[in-house]
Design a protein around this ligand. Structure first.
Ligand SMILES: Nc1ncnc2c1ncn2[C@@H]1O[C@H](COP(=O)(O)OP(=O)(O)OP(=O)(O)O)[C@@H](O)[C@H]1O
Length: 273
């Protein structure tokens, strides 16, 4: 199993002072999920459901209060040194807002080259060639490597974030609302690209989103969160259309039934209810 989240509960700290610190109400309650290699799990839910917090717990950015996260059978919060470094290499992330995720003073070459510099001992020429290759893999040109973030559109910058995330051929990428701020054309492009990369490199994704359509397009299985809990999950994404849970129904009703595939399913769903 690539990823196992076991009964994770988490609350953020508040009023941290020298003498004391208290915690807010739990943001995650007893959350469990699994992800196999090569799979994409869509983590759905409305705003504030706890999706990004779970993403941060998985990425090693928020230590859970209780429970365990096993990545490649190792507890991320218990390994140290070279073992942690090796795990980190296999676990990457792409966030929603690429403009704030990158240093505006670095070129695309420096942004994409950073993980290579940290982990691989390539010559300058080899690294440049690799960055050029990665840019082409995400549909940009090798010559774009000299440009700065403000010379790219939002969609192009998201492709740079993806190029950086795949540079080390990780096992798992956490995609947190990675297509949410893009227009439909760019969204479709990035979803197709992610799908292709998944197949070509055997990648796994945890795709965090409130957009059920995007999740349905990209993912193999789905889980729905509400108020810090996973309230329903579907090993086969098509089963989401049969869910009777109110949180799932709310998400489904927010989905515009414009695509014939969804339209048929929605009609079938309506006629059954
Ligand atoms: N750093 C933090 N400190 C304190 N509370 C936080 C912090 N980050 C998130 N929260 C709170 O935790 C809850 C869950 O937030 P989270 O961002 O995980 O939800 P989400 O499902 O990802 O929402 P969205 O889709 O809006 O990003 C919210 O009530 C939020 O206000």
């Amino acid at each position: 199993m690539l990823l196992q989240v076991k009964e994770v509960t988490h609350a953020y700290r508040e009023n941290r002072t020298f003498w004391s610190s208290s915690r807010q109400a739990p943001v995650l309650s007893n959350v469990s999920l699994t992800l196999e290699e090569g799979q994409c799990l869509g983590l759905l839910g409305t705003s504030g459901a706890g999706k990004s917090t779970l993403g941060k717990v998985i990425l090693g950015m928020e230590k859970p209060q209780t429970g365990q996260v096993l990545f490649q059978e190792h507890d991320f919060y218990k390994v140290h040194g070279s073992a942690k470094r090796a795990l980190r290499r296999d676990l990457q992330a792409v966030f929603q807002d690429s403009y704030s995720a990158v240093n505006p003073r670095l070129t695309a070459e420096q942004i994409i080259g950073e993980p290579l510099e940290n982990y691989e001992r390539l010559s300058q020429r080899e690294q440049k060639a690799k960055v050029g290759e990665l840019l082409e893999t995400v549909g940009l040109k090798a010559e774009d490597m000299t440009k700065y973030p403000n010379q790219f559109s939002g969609g192009q910058l998201q492709r740079i974030a993806i190029a950086r995330a795949i540079a080390l051929r990780p096992k798992l990428i956490v995609l947190d609302e990675s297509v949410s701020s893009l227009d439909m054309v760019n969204q479709t492009y990035i979803l197709d690209l992610l799908n292709k990369l998944k197949k070509d490199f055997g990648l796994s994704y945890l795709f965090i989103t409130h957009d059920i359509k995007a999740a349905y397009t990209l993912c193999d299985k789905l889980a729905v969160m509400e108020r810090g809990e996973i309230v329903d999950s579907f090993q086969d994404k098509d089963h989401i259309f049969n869910s009777t849970h109110s949180a799932v129904k709310k998400l489904l009703s927010a989905m515009l039934p414009e695509h014939p595939r969804y339209r048929t399913r929605m009609r079938r769903d309506e006629s059954q209810s």
